[in-house]
Design a protein around this ligand. Structure first.
Ligand code: UFG
Length: 340
């Protein structure tokens, strides 16, 4: 049993990871400032696991709050750091808020790790660090490309901050570079709850089907892919969550080969936007209202993971496919809209 601090633990990936930590016999402590999450998520976690984890409402961009947090919890075995702003477009409009929030919190966390002699840090990174990769599928050796948004830059700089901190101080870390996490817990007790109009494809699809949005816009069908729409590696959030448990156990048990390791988290299979829609229509047995519109700026043509490193070294593999994820996303959407 390990005591693991989970920042952003009420968010989409964070809450699913808390569930998997509890399922694996660990004791997560949730930290969240509720800026993009609801405290009711605790009820969902409790409904699934039968346990209600400790919740600390802390704003990690306030240094004193972070220090007080670590003074209250001196016996942590590891930290999984999800808490961050994550909207690409918003980051272009509010770069300074993104750098302050995403990097300030990271620096304060690492300072406290150092000062309290703590170790074992998992960082929530993104395939966005690879930009428009020259070779597909994308391995961890693909070069990190200039970031296309301040959000993406906070992930790149975050990885660099950790690398430099590890070179100077005594701790170990793993960065997990997610492709496109989607879906919800199969129980429909927790899922994704974007504020306002969704920016990501899958919540837009399910909200359109639920009648909350009128029509999905498909951003471009003139890309160099099999049907002209962008190709992505959509991965079920429960698979992503399980990878975090394996990663933190790897550090706690000192199984890591380097003080800082990086892994891609994807399925290894790319799906186009139209294939996502087809999957949704299949599992929901309904037709989705969509139209093709102009490209969205900043979208890369295709991105999907080479998962060999995570498969072989972490011993982790995505178990769920696109249909599973779309079915779970739809079950969650129907539950929160009181449909059925
Ligand atoms: N899309 C639509 N219509 C929508 C929303 C999305 O057609 O209403 C398309 C996009 O053009 C893209 C695909 O669906 O081709 C997926 O878009 P998402 O916004 O769901 O996901 P992205 O691949 O753009 O975003 C991911 C991560 C981000 C990361 C970004 C970098 O979610 O964290 O990749 O490109 F920054």
């Amino acid at each position: 049993m390990a005591r693991i601090l989970v920042t952003g633990g009420l968010g989409f990936i964070g809450s699913h990871t808390v569930v998997e930590l509890i399922n694996a016999g660990h004791e997560p402590i949730i930290v969240d400032n509720l800026s993009n999450a609801n405290v009711d998520v605790l009820n969902g976690i409790e409904a699934i696991t039968g346990k209600r984890p400790l919740f600390e409402k802390v704003d990690l961009k306030i240094k004193e709050e972070v220090e007080q947090l670590f003074n209250r919890h001196t016996d942590l075995d590891g930290i999984i750091h999800f808490a961050a702003y994550k909207a690409v477009g918003e980051s272009v409009a509010k770069p300074l808020e993104y750098y302050e929030n995403n990097l300030g919190s990271l620096v304060y966390l690492l300072q406290n790790l150092r000062d309290h002699g703590l170790d074992n840090f998992i960082f929530s990174s993104s395939c966005t660090v690879y930009g428009e990769a020259e070779e597909l599928p994308i391995t961890e050796n693909s070069p990190v490309q200039p970031a296309m948004s301040p959000y993406g830059n906070t992930k790149q700089i975050g990885e660099e901050v950790i690398k430099d901190a590890i070179a100077a101080h005594q701790f170990n870390a793993i960065s997990l570079r997610y492709f496109n996490p989607i879906g919800a817990h199969p129980s429909a007790e927790i899922g994704e709850s974007p504020l306002g109009v969704p920016l990501n494809l899958v919540p837009y699809v399910t909200q359109t089907a639920a009648g909350v949005r009128e029509q999905l816009s498909v951003f471009g069908n003139d890309y160099d892919t099999r049907d002209g729409t962008n190709e992505r590696d959509y991965i079920h959030v429960v698979d992503i969550a399980k990878a975090h448990v394996i990663a933190v156990e790897r550090l706690v048990n000192r199984k890591n080969l380097d003080k800082y390791e990086y892994f891609n988290l994807g399925t290894g299979t790319g799906s186009t936007v139209l294939e996502v829609i087809q999957s949704f229509e299949r599992v929901s047995n309904s037709k989705l209202n969509y139209k093709i519109v102009a490209r969205r700026s900043g979208d890369v043509t295709a991105a999907y993971a080479d998962t060999t490193k995570a498969n072989q070294i972490l011993g982790w593999k995505a178990e769920k496919n696109l249909d599973d994820a779309m079915a779970d996303a739809w079950r969650w959407e129907k539950k929160i809209r009181n449909l059925d």
